[in-house]
Design a protein around this ligand. Structure first.
Ligand code: 2RA
Length: 331
């Protein structure tokens, strides 16, 4: 089993290595792959020194699995080259997510969609992953027709430069600007680029990816995505409208059985999910579960997850585990 991590020196790449270690993911050889800038760099990992290699050398090594987190351009160009030599590519970028020939996977929800023929598997957007973990089982039970979501997203979702901008502002230093505005002590209703319809790309990812993962065009999602000056995780206020009546206690029972989902809902003791407490955790946390009293068959809840974990690295590693455990690796 030869495993490659492409983009190994980035924020998500680091988290992937951490999750692989924590989950004791078994491999015989690990290839750390990065752009020309980092080639030759030495990385200490699990008691071994790894020399970072370039993409061409990595393809020539024909890894069984390559977990990519190196941006859309790299994925578009290189994922097919790895796929051609038989590698299963698990891609964190948005390059392949809405390609009808590629699967978009959250293992707990639609892992069963993966077949032996899938060579490029897309990892969904962070804010989508944590939401569908809650929506999936509720959709199965009550049928969801509409979701209204507002997000409160961590600066880590924009990469290291954004963390640096926030910290420089906080320290009173001249920041290198990643966002079009100051982020510390501020809130930006703007994640990714604006589209012709007035929504941002991040908002449209939540709308389109949710439908693809739930495999139901009938589910309508309206999203407002907001960047806030926090680290640790993304938070989401979600309003769900069902086709059928639901029972609040039954909703909690259903959610309590979803692997990787933890209910934190004890308002009498101020217990609810927060980015600070979700940080570095693999689980998705849900709380503030309550009836929407303004509308029949509607529910409100609050979801938080570490966007670099379940929102990226953990989900990607879980896909890698799924394909190995289900004998879907070719080589
Ligand atoms: C963000 N969705 O938080 C992105 C990261 N993939 O900006």
């Amino acid at each position: 089993m030869k495993l490659a991590v492409v983009g190994a020196t980035g924020l998500v790449g680091n988290e992937i290595l951490e999750v692989l270690k924590e989950r004791n993911f078994q491999y015989d050889e690990l290839l750390l792959v990065a752009s020309a800038r980092s080639v030759g760099k030495e990385v200490e990992y699990q008691g071994k020194t790894h020399t970072v290699i370039g993409l061409e050398d990595a393809v020539a090594a024909k890894p069984d699995i390559a977990i990519f987190s190196a941006g859309g351009g790299t994925s578009t160009e290189w994922a097919p080259k790895f796929a051609e030599v038989g590698t299963i590519v698990i891609d964190n970028s948005s390059a392949w997510r809405m390609d009808p020939t590629k699967k978009l996977i959250v293992p707990e929800i639609n892992g069963d969609a993966i077949t032996i023929d899938d060579r490029i598997i897309a990892n969904p957007n962070c804010s989508t992953i944590q939401m569908v973990l809650v929506l999936g089982p509720l959709h199965k039970k009550y049928g969801i027709n509409r979701v209204i979501v507002s997000t409160y997203q961590s600066v880590t979702g924009s990469g290291k430069g954004a963390v640096d901008q926030m910290m420089a502002e906080r320290a009173g230093e001249e920041p290198e600007m990643v966002y079009p505005h100051k982020i510390d002590m501020n809130v930006l209703p703007h994640i990714d680029v604006f589209q012709d319809n007035g929504y941002t790309k991040e908002e449209m990812k939540m709308t389109n990816e949710t439908v693809k993962i739930l495999r139901d065009e009938k589910v309508k999602v309206s999203a407002t995505c907001v960047r806030i000056p926090t680290m640790g995780g993304h938070s989401e206020a979600v309003n769900i409208e069902f086709d059928n009546p639901y029972d609040l206690e039954e909703v909690k029972t259903i959610l309590s059985k979803v692997p990787g989902l933890v209910i934190q809902d004890d308002v009498a003791n101020n217990v609810y999910p927060m980015p600070l407490t979700a940080h570095k955790k693999d689980e998705v946390f849900v709380g503030r579960i309550r009836k929407d009293e303004s509308k029949e068959n509607a529910l409100n809840l609050w979801i938080v997850a570490d966007n670099l974990r379940k929102g990226a690295a953990t989900n990607a590693v879980q896909i890698a585990q799924y394909v190995t455990e289900n004998n879907l690796v070719l080589n």
